[in-house]
Unconditional design. Structure first.
Lengths: 90, 151
C-alpha cells in the first residue's frame, strides 16, 4: 500500500521534526518506509534515515506499508509529515 | 518551495579537538562560545540553543550531537556557520554519551542539506567512527564540507 505526502514543515524535515515522525512511526502496527524520488526507501522510524532524505518544505515523499493496519499506519505518518511541526509546537 | 540550499560553512578556526565539559549544559555553552567567537551568532543565540536542547535532545546517535537554536531564533544568526567541538572523554547526554558536537547556526533551509549529509555519515559505521575520532581540523573540514548536498 502506497501513499504520497508533501512535507508541511516550513523549516523542512529537520532534526526535531524527524524525531517526532520517527517516534510516531515506531508506534504503528506495521513498519512504514519513506522514499524520496527514485532513491532507496528508508525506515520511517529511523531519525537518521529520515534526515538523509534532505526533505525541505513541499518535497513529495512516498510512504509504503503492508499488512493489517497498513492504511492506518500510512495515514498517521502522512498526517504528521504534512503538518507544520514547528507551528504545531506553539 | 524548493529554495536554493546553501550549506552552513565550516572553517578550521571553528574546530576544537580537545574539549571537556562536565555535562550537557556545559557542552552547549562551549558550542555557543565558539559560534560567538567566529561571529556567527548574537550572544542570545546561546539561550535558544539551551531551549532547543531541553525541548528535545539533539543527540543523533553514534556519539554525535547537533546543538542549534529554534526556528524562532534565526534572527540571532549573523551568518550560516558550523562549529565542531570534540570531547575526547565524552559527555553524558540524556542517557547516551556524546563525543562530538556539531553546532549549527543556520537561517534558512540549508541545515536540512547538512543534516542529510551528516546522517549519511552516521549510518555508515566506518565513516561515523572516522568522524568521532578525527583530531585533525583539516580532515574534519573536508569530511563535512566535501559531501554532496542531500537535496
Amino acid at each position: 500500500m502506497i501513499r504520497t505526502v508533501r512535507v508541511g514543515s516550513a523549516a523542512g524535515l529537520h532534526a526535531r521534526a524527524a524525531a517526532l515522525v520517527a517516534a510516531a512511526a515506531a508506534g504503528q502496527r506495521v513498519p512504514v518506509t519513506v522514499c524520496r524520488g527514485g532513491r532507496a526507501p528508508v525506515p520511517a522510524d529511523s531519525v537518521l534515515g529520515l534526515l538523509t532524505l534532505g526533505a525541505v518544505c513541499g518535497v513529495e515523499l512516498t510512504l509504503e506499508a503492508s499488512g493489517a493496519g497498513a492504511a492506518d499506519a500510512l495515514a498517521n505518518v502522512a498526517d504528521l509529515l504534512s503538518r507544520d511541526l514547528d507551528a504545531a509546537r506553539g | 518551495m524548493n529554495t536554493p540550499l546553501t550549506r552552513p560553512v565550516l572553517e578550521s578556526r571553528a574546530i576544537r579537538v580537545a574539549e571537556s565539559a562536565l555535562d550537557r549544559e556545559a557542552a552547549i555553552h562551549r558550542c555557543a562560545d565558539v559560534l560567538e567567537e567566529i561571529g556567527a551568532v548574537d550572544p542570545s543565540y546561546r539561550e535558544a540553543m539551551l531551549d532547543r536542547e531541553w525541548a528535545m535532545s539533539t543527540h543523533l546517535g553514534e556519539g554525535i550531537a547537533i546543538p542549534h537554536g529554534l526556528d524562532v531564533s534565526r534572527r540571532l544568526v549573523r551568518r550560516d556557520a558550523l562549529a565542531v567541538l570534540r570531547f575526547p572523554g565524552g559527555v553524558e547526554w540524556d542517557g547516551g554519551r556524546v563525543y562530538v558536537c556539531i553546532a549549527i547556526a543556520a537561517r534558512g533551509n540549508g541545515h536540512v542539506a547538512l543534516l542529510s549529509a551528516l546522517a549519511s555519515i552516521l549510518l555508515d559505521p566506518d565513516r561515523a567512527r572516522a568522524l568521532r575520532e578525527a583530531t585533525d581540523p583539516a580532515a574534519i573540514v573536508s569530511m563535512l564540507n566535501s559531501i554532496e548536498d542531500g537535496s
